[in-house]
Design a binder for this molecule. Structure first.
Ligand SMILES: NC(=O)C1=CN([C@@H]2O[C@H](COP(=O)(O)OP(=O)(O)OC[C@H]3O[C@@H](n4cnc5c(N)ncnc54)[C@H](OP(=O)(O)O)[C@@H]3O)[C@@H](O)[C@H]2O)C=CC1
Ligand SMILES: CC(=O)C(=O)O
Ligand SMILES: [Mg+2]
Length: 793
């Protein structure tokens, strides 16, 4: 029987390291108002704050207008049923709760913080939460064991005038019901006829079976099983009122008996609860949702070994058909918050389930399909439910939820224009995540790229190579001594042999002589003896790695973890030629903007000609990344004011571009606030930038480097790079001591630059480039859920 951990793409150490660095945990808070001046302080705090205080004292709902309440959700737990791990206590639940909070932000732009309550007593829990509950626009209860969770949720919902939503119950019910609707459609079943067995009569299980019944599953066709066996009518032991609702008249007493001839089994219990023998006894084309986390009741491999005709779903992201409440809670709360709902009612849950089921039947955009390369994302047995990274979820699902809230009278603030609302939702997604996702998707979709990780003995590099391969981004090659790499991999907890990563030892490589000869040919008239070159190839992995790509034995290189940038660049350039103008391009992601900054690593004090070429190279790269470049040449001066040599140099660069007739927008010289603010630009009627600049060409390396690093150090911004652009082969040099994720990002860019970006950009990127990605997206036609399920009242 395969162990679940076979699927694991990281070691325990990595999971801890991920949570520990660079800052412990997964969330932090960011202000939405500047606190820069005394006036700001007077407004934000005393005395200005007194004005909204009085307004809210008069009318409590004004808190939605003057505080963060309307976009704020608390994720609250007491740690009594953490995933499928059990009762491990309130503090142990904190990583999961932070995780849910960060998913709220990532997928639905909802601000969220976790609250861990140190009590297992339901009354005490209710007292605590009800007294602080008005703080938020909604409460997501999480991982609270049954049956206490039922009491807690219903009492809190009675007490509070905001949605109180126990995600393990309703989120799971919504997703699993959506998946069931579609699995029935695919297997040609009518939902009213399916025989369903539920394993796990807890929070998630009972709510799921409840919603399925509301959507058409007949009570007499269901069997519920818990640790004591089948929940039959009349059973006395190990019962409660919530289980009793779903008890049936049956002579069956065990799960094995219940599963004979069943069409559907829902696992919401624990690892290993379902056996292959049980699955073998099910009806034709059985539907198996093994949703326990992190390890399912039975693995898809085990199911398919006995029933190749089965449709299988799990709660995990590494198998097809992830039935996990991450598909629900962000979008359900988004819709509920946007109408300031007082609760999430039955109709809103059904609307969400129908929307998810309908979305899975729509054509999958290439962009999503590429992210899941190798998997068939076409409505069918391996795709019954949208994937969590589907960017359509954010604008597709919440309007249904909001509409249902409005139709059922729980909306405080109805949405007047649904199409405008959908457009607004499309713009909420985090552009940094979207950019990285797009690049990674393009790399996966392109022909496989072989990326050399030059410092192959370094533990961080080994881990990055491992993750690169696991994420199907390409084929990594580690340069170094095999025994040392293996030892370091083992110490990092990686099962190296299973992954089959290629290791190349420069000294004993079959290409050693070839690389030495060709490098000697390049360097013999630059003062190098053959034995010097032999030593360089043997001992210096940057020479060797660069020689590999130069001879076509690999496609791209990532290096720089152990040596400083300039030294590495010098070595690489001895082996490889510059194809175009070589520049360093940094990507700065902050406050919903993506800015490309050049030149952040090569030209110390570029002259006018070089500035113009930097702009051309940066614009071309940005275009390959699917953006329409708008270049601002930055300076301390604005169109000659104050006058000075530095400004004149930039003006000369503009004249050079004018003469060349380039095909992108550019303007300068100007300071950043003019490049990035339309109001500030309105003072210059001759301004040639049609919108905010997205490529900032800096006057010199120090201003480029200092400004990007300063923004990063201040927090609230992500800086990727500098990426090295313009060499004949793609080489990315990370910063000294780079983290595993920085190395992976650099390797992904290396693969992207080499080949992916040179070929025709893949469809979604080309389409994006053509339609001006930052133009207001057109609202899609209102989704119309199609379902074979009868409407419920
Ligand atoms: N994929 C997803 O999105 C989600 C998955 N889950 C998963 O569902 C599982 C249950 O979570 P939750 O409902 O919150 O927890 P609860 O503690 O509320 O319920 C667990 C239920 O599972 C039953 N159970 C445990 N082990 C077995 C077994 N071997 N055979 C039969 N029944 C068993 C328990 O029985 P008894 O009543 O007799 O104690 C109980 O009824 C967890 O693994 C969790 O990770 C939960 C939410 C979402
Ligand atoms: C996914 C989830 O909420 C759980 O497993 O508890
Ligand atoms: Mg949970």
């Amino acid at each position: 029987m395969p162990d679940q951990t076979d699927k694991q793409t990281f070691s325990d150490d990595e999971a801890l390291e991920f949570h520990r660095r660079p800052t412990p945990g997964k969330i932090s808070m960011a202000p939405t108002k500047p606190m820069a001046t005394q006036r700001d302080l007077s407004l934000a705090y005393s005395p200005g704050v007194a004005v909204p205080v009085r307004a809210i004292a008069e009318e409590a709902d004004r808190a939605y207008d003057y505080t963060s309440k309307g976009n704020l959700v608390a994720v609250i737990s007491n740690g009594t049923a953490i995933l499928g791990l059990g009762k491990l206590g309130h503090m142990a639940s904190k990583p999961v709760m932070e995780g849910k909070a960060v998913l709220f932000k990532r997928f639905a732009d909802i601000d969220s913080f976790d609250v861990e309550v140190k009590t297992t007593d339901p009354d005490e829990f209710v007292t605590v939460v009800k007294n602080i509950g008005d703080t938020w626009g909604g409460i997501n209860l999480e991982d609270i064991k049954s049956p206490e969770c039922f009491i807690i949720e219903s009492q809190l919902q009675d007490e509070l005038d905001i949605p109180v939503f126990h995600d393990d119950q309703h989120g799971t019910a919504i997703i699993s019901t959506a998946a069931l609707i579609n699995a029935c459609e695919i297997t040609g079943r009518n939902i009213e006829d399916v025989k369903v067995v539920l394993v796990g009569a807890g929070a998630a299980g009972l709510s799921s079976i409840g919603l399925m019944k509301a959507m058409g599953v007949k009570a007499e066709n269901t069997t519920v099983v818990d640790l004591a066996g089948v929940v039959y009518r009349g059973r006395a032991e190990h019962m409660d009122q919530w289980k009793a609702v779903h008890a049936t008249d049956t002579h069956k007493r065990t799960l094995a008996e219940a599963m004979v001839g069943a069409d559907v089994v829902l696992g919401l219990s624990a690892k290993g609860a379902i056996t292959p023998e049980m699955v073998a006894s099910m009806a034709d084309k059985p539907i198996i949702f093994a949703m326990a986390n992190p390890d399912p009741e039975i693995t898809p491999e085990e199911v398919h070994a006995v029933r190749p005709d089965a449709i299988v779903a799990t709660g995990r992201s590494d198998y097809a058909n992830q039935v996990n409440n991450v598909l629900g809670f962000p979008y359900i709360f988004r819709g509920a918050l946007d109408v300031r709902a007082r609760r999430v009612n039955h109709e809103m849950k059904i609307a969400a389930a129908r929307a998810l089921a309908a979305l899975a039947r729509e054509d999958v955009p290439d962009e999503v399909a590429m992210a899941y390369r190798g998997r068939r994302l076409k409505f069918g047995p391996d795709y019954i439910i949208p994937t969590p990274f589907d960017p359509r979820l954010i604008w597709y699902v919440p309007p249904f939820v909001a509409q249902a809230a409005m139709d059922t009278g729980v909306a405080r603030k109805p949405i007047e224009d649904m199409d405008a609302y959908r457009t607004e939702l499309r713009q909420r997604l985090d552009p940094s995540a979207a950019l990285m996702q797009k690049i990674a998707s393009a790399v996966r979709a392109a022909p496989n790229k072989r990326v050399v990780f030059a410092e192959g003995e370094e533990p961080a590099v080994i881990r990055a190579a491992w993750a690169f391969k696991q994420s199907e981004l390409g084929t990594p090659i580690l340069v170094g001594r095999e025994d040392l790499i293996r030892q370091n991999a083992m110490e990092a907890g990686l099962r190296f042999d299973e992954l089959g990563i290629e290791i190349v030892n420069a000294r004993v490589s079959e290409h050693n002589a070839l690389y030495t000869d060709s490098l000697y040919e390049r360097l013999q008239r630059r003062g190098y003896l053959r034995r010097d070159v032999q030593r360089m190839i043997n001992q210096d992995r940057n020479y060797f790695a660069a020689a590999m790509v130069s001879h076509g034995h690999a496609d791209a290189v990532v290096t720089g973890v152990t040596r400083n940038f300039n030294m590495v660049l010098k070595e690489v350039r001895r082996v490889l030629d510059v194809k175009e103008r070589l520049i360093g391009l940094s990507i700065l992601l902050a406050k919903g903007r993506t800015l490309f900054v050049a030149d952040t690593s090569i030209h110390e004090l570029p002259d006018a000609e070089e500035l113009a070429e930097i702009a051309i190279q940066a614009a071309a790269t940005v275009r390959k990344l699917g953006r329409n470049p708008r270049v601002a040449f930055l300076s301390y001066s604005t169109f000659g004011n104050p006058p000075g040599d530095r400004g004149e140099k930039v003006r000369e660069a503009i004249r050079i571009l004018d003469a060349k007739g380039v095909d992108f927008e550019y303007e300068g010289e100007m300071p950043p606030e003019i490049a990035l603010d339309p109001d500030a630009r309105s003072n210059y009627p001759f301004m040639r930038l049609s919108k905010d600049a997205n490529v900032l060409v800096m006057p010199a390396i120090h201003s480029a480097s200092i400004s990007t690093r300063l923004v990063q150090a201040l927090g609230g911004a992500t800086v990727i790079g500098p990426l090295l652009v313009g060499l004949e082969k793609s080489v990315q040099i990370v910063s000294l001591g780079a983290s595993v994720s920085e190395i992976i990002t650099a390797a992904t860019f290396a693969a992207y630059e080499e080949g992916v970006a040179d070929e025709d950009p893949p469809e979604p990127i080309r389409a994006a480039a053509q339609r001006e990605p930052d133009a207001t997206p057109q609202p899609a036609p209102a989704p119309r859920p199609r379902t074979s399920v009868p409407p419920t009242s």
